[in-house]
Design a binder for this molecule. Structure first.
Ligand code: CA
Length: 721
């Protein structure tokens, strides 16, 4: 119990007793077994697993809230998740109790009717681990099973908690913690095993999916998605698949032999009970650039693939590779949805697996065999001319970039990222939280010389302007788009599409009430007509609303819930970079029901004054060096062009940038490593660190001037009738 403060435990026990005495609460907490999980679609009053059901459809049979009354939806309760970091969690709700996670893998149990806290569990992660997280220290949720709650911790632990008290039942380390592995995904429990993968392919790891006994925490099987550097057996269930299929697609030389090759299983896991398969999505190559990753230039299986294995043993069944020889961070980790579609002979149903991965194509596969049925682009893209009869992309030659930057859509953030997709099985429509975030790809001529956490073999400064004037800022901003697309997988075409004013919007919930719920970057949470796309209701939730919403029912009342919190990888795109600044806002669980009249507390906005903290310094050569070093070392956390998304400090306005000694003590001395800002002494010399500071100060002055220009323009617009 060392990881939970005693008074918290005391409160938890009291809470459990109070709940038990009310009579309406469960005698057993998280009393979930295979039967309940298999029947989840028939018991929509619960939300038993990350995707709602094993099919991961995120479609609820609840219809009390519908197109006729959704306008009466109001705030039932909110719960403060006490973090300014990203929140991506979908709450699990079982027998009146909600289990939800926050940043740094903290787990909360709440009364799902009132939002009252029953317990919280903090795994007390060493904050220095934050430097290993590509895309913020987020967590997408827990799994529940037979009285326990399972959480994947950002530092690579898998932990089981007592669902009644939050007390630690067991803890196991699932990764080599000397390597840059992280866990952000939600575990799933299938046949008594807890399934969990990991992330880290931007920093150099080898991916795999593991199954642990839910009862004991013992490893049952592990499936590696790429060979080990010697292409030798691991003594794992993946050995034969790699020997027969995977090894042949990798050369013998290249950075993959030292960087692990990538292929992390960081999000999507579905269970197909009809074929008794676990179907999971595999991530990008490490490094991204195949030319440096594998001199053999092969397809590099099972990167960017959908893989099916036997649910009990993990034995290989089939795979489908969405992006052979991945070169672009085109993960296939996005939501995998299973469904029965009327596409067989004479209208017979055929069981399919569907995915809309980062690469921008919607895939329909036979769930039993993995055979490609059909695929079509769901966003404008310029990397492929289409798919061949086997579903293999017909690449545009420019997409295999060299040192000249190529502006490509999708970029590494993908046409669809982790934000969950939903599927309405009555309408046979998928709802895709799609986006357009193009980016420049170029190879990095200095790859061999770089010792740094992110070493993708690509030039992370490619295509970015040294000087950001208003016209350039507006042109860059105009490239960022978001859409909610109702996609007909049978015809492979959009039925309707709602355009958003920005990219990086929320996951989707579909309900039998004929509704589709989705949050947006700017904080709007909305309900749309599932058939027409008409917006029927919206509410400002006062924070980024990116996670997958859920729904459940207690005492005859339907609730809709979403976790909010600005964060995650949007910093990579300079998300808000060309908009108004987005301040960190405390994350929340926000829960709605019909007729409720609650309010969402206003965020306590404490914004650093947006003024340069030092005079410009450095000649053009120094600024250029700072620009290059900044984008290779700092961009992925602090934002391109030194413009932060708001989650981590915007260095332009930080007082730290004013003082060369303080700057060096942090950037090289590691003075803030306890906060996750580790030392870059291995990659930056003192003069290079000072050049980065010179660039940051330049950007502060340019940024302040740009903001003044924008403010003057807006004032003029207001003044003009
Ligand atoms: Ca990636």
């Amino acid at each position: 119990m060392s990881s939970m403060r005693p008074y918290r435990l005391f409160i938890s026990l009291i809470s459990a007793l109070i709940l038990a005495s009310c009579g309406s609460e469960p005698a057993k907490f998280a009393d979930v077994d295979s039967q309940r999980l298999l029947n989840a679609a028939a018991t929509p009053e619960e939300w038993l697993t990350y995707g709602g059901t094993y099919d991961e459809q995120r479609h609820s049979g609840l219809d009390q809230i519908n197109a006729d009354n959704v306008a009466q939806l109001g705030v039932a309760w909110t719960y403060d998740l006490a973090t300014e970091r990203g929140v991506e969690s979908t709450p699990i709700v079982v027998d009146g109790v909600m289990y939800v996670t926050s940043a740094w893998s903290v787990v909360y149990a709440l009364d799902a009717k009132t939002g009252k806290e029953l317990w919280l569990y903090n795994p007390n992660v060493d904050k220095a681990v934050g430097a290993k997280a590509c895309c913020d220290v987020v967590n997408r949720g827990v799994a529940v099973w037979k009285g326990k709650v399972y959480v994947g911790v950002i530092d690579g632990r898998l932990e089981a908690l007592d669902a009644a008290t939050g007390e630690l039942a067991w803890s196991t380390i699932t990764v080599d913690q000397s390597k840059p592995y992280t866990i952000t995904g939600a575990p799933r429990v299938v046949k008594g095993n807890v399934l969990i993968g990991n992330g880290g392919a931007e920093l150099g790891v080898r991916g795999y999916l593991s199954a642990y006994s839910a009862a004991t925490g013992d490893l049952v099987w592990r499936f590696y998605t790429v060979p080990n550097p010697n292409k030798q057996p691991d003594g794992a269930i993946s050995d034969s698949a790699l020997k027969d299929i995977g090894n042949l697609t990798w050369g013998d030389e290249g950075a993959w032999t030292t960087d692990g090759g990538g292929g992390t299983v960081w999000d999507s896991i579905a269970y197909d009970d009809v074929n008794d398969s676990v179907i999971f999505g595999v991530g990008n190559g490490s490094p991204w650039n195949r030319d440096v990753r594998d001199t053999g230039k092969g397809d590099n299986l099972f990167l960017s693939s959908i893989v099916a294995v036997d649910a009990a043993t993990g034995a290989y069944k089939w795979h489908f590779q969405t992006t052979p020889g991945d070169n672009w961070d085109y993960t296939a980790t996005q939501t995998i949805i299973l469904a029965d579609l009327p596409i067989g002979a004479g209208g017979a149903t055929r069981r399919v697996a569907m995915q809309a991965p980062k690469n921008g194509f919607y895939y329909l596969l036979d769930a039993a065999t993995g055979k490609f049925i059909s695929g079509e682009a769901f966003v404008p893209q310029n990397w492929a001319q289409g798919l061949d009869v086997n579903g293999r992309p017909i690449e545009n030659p420019e997409a295999r970039y060299g040192e000249t930057p190529f502006m490509q859509n999708p970029g590494p953030l993908g046409a669809h990222n982790w934000q969950p997709m939903a599927f309405n099985p009555e309408l046979n429509l998928a709802y895709i939280p799609a986006q357009e975030i193009p980016d420049f790809y170029a190879s990095d001529s200095l790859f061999e010389d770089r010792i740094q956490s992110w070493n993708t073999g690509t030039n992370l400064a490619a295509g970015l302007p040294m000087d950001l004037d208003l016209a350039t800022a507006m042109a860059l901003r105009a490239t960022l788009k978001g859409r909610l697309i109702a996609w007909d997988p049978i015809t492979q075409s959009a039925r309707w599409s709602v355009e958003h004013s920005n990219a990086w919007n929320g996951g989707v919930l579909s309900t039998a009430g004929g509704l589709v719920f989705q949050g947006r970057l700017e904080g709007e949470f909305a309900a749309y007509n599932a058939v027409t796309g008409e917006k029927l209701w919206h509410q400002n939730v006062k924070s980024g609303a990116a996670s997958g919403p859920g729904t459940y029912e207690i005492n005859g009342e339907q609730y809709v819930t979403i976790t909010t919190g600005w964060g995650s990888a949007y910093a990579l795109a300079g998300g808000s970079a060309y908009d108004q600044p987005v301040p960190p806002i405390v994350g929340k669980v926000v829960t709605f029901k019909l007729g409720a009249t609650g309010t969402i507390p206003d965020p306590n906005l404490v914004m650093a004054p947006r003024t340069p903290k030092a005079d410009r310094f450095g000649d053009q050569e120094m600024i250029q060096l700072g620009f290059d070093k900044y984008h290779f070392n700092c961009r992925v956390c602090h934002g391109p062009l030194a413009i932060s998304s708001g989650v981590l400090p915007d260095l332009r306005w930080s007082p730290i940038s004013a003082n060369a000694d303080v700057w060096q003590s942090i950037v090289l001395g590691g003075a803030l490593s306890a906060n996750g800002m580790v030392s870059f002494a291995d990659t930056l010399s003192p003069s290079e660190a000072e050049a980065v500071r010179a660039y940051v100060i330049k950007q502060a002055h340019d940024g302040a001037a740009l903001e003044a220009e924008v403010a003057a323009l807006m004032a003029a617009q207001v003044a003009t009738p």
